[in-house]
Design a protein around this ligand. Structure first.
Ligand SMILES: C[S@@+](CC[C@H](N)C(=O)[O-])C[C@H]1O[C@@H](n2cnc3c(N)ncnc32)[C@H](O)[C@@H]1O
Length: 455
């Protein structure tokens, strides 16, 4: 600490995309208030007219941690230090490393040196504002920089958000040394998105060299992209019109046109019929009205895991059945169903691999043996090993008099396996059928239990 007893202060300032008119009032004040400004050379250049007369400490791109240490050292001397960053300093910015350094040095929020974070308009907001309204539905950002993040992590995130239909903002898409990441990103996203998915490539938003390219996803990797570019990739409903990239909010799910009346079954100000409390009813209605469909087809239609469809069928009431399907969730020990199934005779077990291969095995439940964490099905023809702890739910399913099955699903609602009674000449073995029905009766909730679960 200097002889001056005034405690120092660290201002973490996000100054927005670059132009003064897009800086917040507090960001401008903070730079005026500071004795010292610390920043990456390019950031210092962007705000040079606003920091005339200040002590300025410029650091290179790879000296991020040095910037944090310098800020702390200066604050310990009793100075007010503004550590500046473009966009929002908490978004891929210096706020995180600064706190990491401070905490490592023994600083706490109660220390004399106070830290204030001043938010700013992010690059993704700034870039979006230049191309229309691409972020008006769920979106996420992914940085393609593998300087500090392993590529398998980045690739997994790209794959997950690609499949989840998020609008995506790609930060740090390319640099003079990194070219392949944007190519890989395109390849991964094209597994999930149409080639003509709209893409906006915005360079240096609100800066002197601003440049915008509106392209399709299959053209993205061949475009001019650099360090100062953010790439915005649409979801399945994003469209381009008259040079604008728009992602609809979802009004079309509820209203005729965007200003018309509510569609049948929808109410203004209320959750959609496909909202949290309503959508299981929509599944049952679909199953009542639909042509023949397997449970898997229903799951595909609703883009939902099979376990959710089983829950929708389980929750059926009189007058709101799931067509000729009914289901019963088994409470308690799932292995009890394996034990009970020893009386179900010949069974057809269906097991699906993650990549889609389907094994259909004829077997008897007596072939099933639990060994440590594994449920093993072993006979002369095959050995199948099921990771038993992954089974979290068991549901019995009936379809009129033609189908009796037990589904074993995991915590995500994905099928681990299911086993169905086998029919010969369109008839179930009588004893096996009776044994299945007996299990159903045993596990069916009593009217009293039903009453309590309704409350
Ligand atoms: C370290 S991150 C900084 C992010 C920033 N803190 C924010 O809140 O947006 C750097 C990346 O941000 C993006 N970026 C920053 N300023 C930008 C601008 N003016 N125009 C387009 N992209 C920009 C680029 O993707 C660049 O590689």
């Amino acid at each position: 600490m200097s002889t001056d007893t005034k405690p120092g202060k660290i201002l973490l300032v996000g100054f927005g995309p670059g132009a003064k008119e897009h800086m917040s009032l507090r960001a401008l004040e903070a730079m005026t208030e500071a004795d010292v400004i610390i920043g990456y050379t390019t950031y210092i250049k962007l705000v040079k007219d606003l920091i005339v007369g200040k002590e300025i400490i410029r650091k290179g791109m790879t000296e991020e941690i040095d910037r944090c240490i310098e800020a702390y050292d200066q604050a310990k001397m009793g100075k007010t230090v503004a550590l500046i960053s473009s966009g929002d300093i908490g978004v891929y910015g210096m706020a995180g490393p600064t706190f990491e350094v401070l905490l490592q040095e023994g600083w706490t929020p109660d220390s004399d040196i106070k830290v204030e974070i001043i938010p700013g308009a992010t690059a993704l907001s700034a870039c979006a504002s230049l191309v229309g309204a691409p972020l008006t539905h769920d979106f996420c950002s992914i940085s393609l920089s593998d300087l500090l993040t392993p590529w398998p992590t980045i690739a997994k995130r790209l794959d997950a958000v690609g499949a989840s239909d998020f609008v995506i903002a790609l930060y740090n898409p390319k640099s003079s040394r990194r070219h392949g990441q944007i190519e890989q990103a395109q390849e991964i996203l094209l597994r999930h998105r149409k080639p003509d998915t709209p893409v906006a490539i915005v360079k240096s938003a609100y800066r002197r060299r601003q440049d915008i390219q509106m392209v399709r996803l299959d053209q993205m990797k061949d475009c001019e992209i650099g360090m100062l570019t953010t790439v915005l990739i649409g979801n399945s409903s994003t469209f381009m019109q008259d040079g604008l990239m728009i992602t609809p909010r979802g009004y079309a799910n509820k209203y005729e046109g965007i200003t018309g009346d509510a569609l049948e079954g929808e109410q203004k100000g209320r959750s959609l019929s496909m909202g949290l409390t309503g959508w299981h009813g929509v599944v049952r209605e679909y199953m009542r009205n639909g042509e023949f469909h397997t449970l898997r087809k229903v799951a595909e239609h609703f883009n939902a895991p099979l376990g959710q469809i089983l829950q929708a069928i389980t929750a059926a009431n009189d007058g709101d059945q799931a067509g000729d399907f009914s289901a019963l969730a088994i409470e308690g020990d799932a292995f009890a169903i394996i034990e009970a199934a020893r009386e179900w005779g010949l069974l057809r077990a269906v097991v699906r691999s993650e990549a889609g291969a389907i094994s259909e095995l004829k077997m008897h439940a007596k072939d099933m043996v639990q060994k440590n964490d594994w449920l093993n099905i072993e006979n002369d023809y095959f050995h199948l090993h099921i990771n038993w702890p992954s089974v979290t739910n068991v549901t019995l399913v009936r379809r009129d008099d033609s189908y009796r099955s037990a589904f074993f699903t995991d915590i995500h609602g994905h099928s681990v396996f299911n086993m169905s009674l086998v029919r010969t000449d369109n008839k179930f073995d009588e004893a096996a059928f009776k044994a299945f029905e007996a299990v159903w009766q045993t596990h069916q909730p009593t009217p009293r239990q039903l009453e309590t679960s309704d409350q």
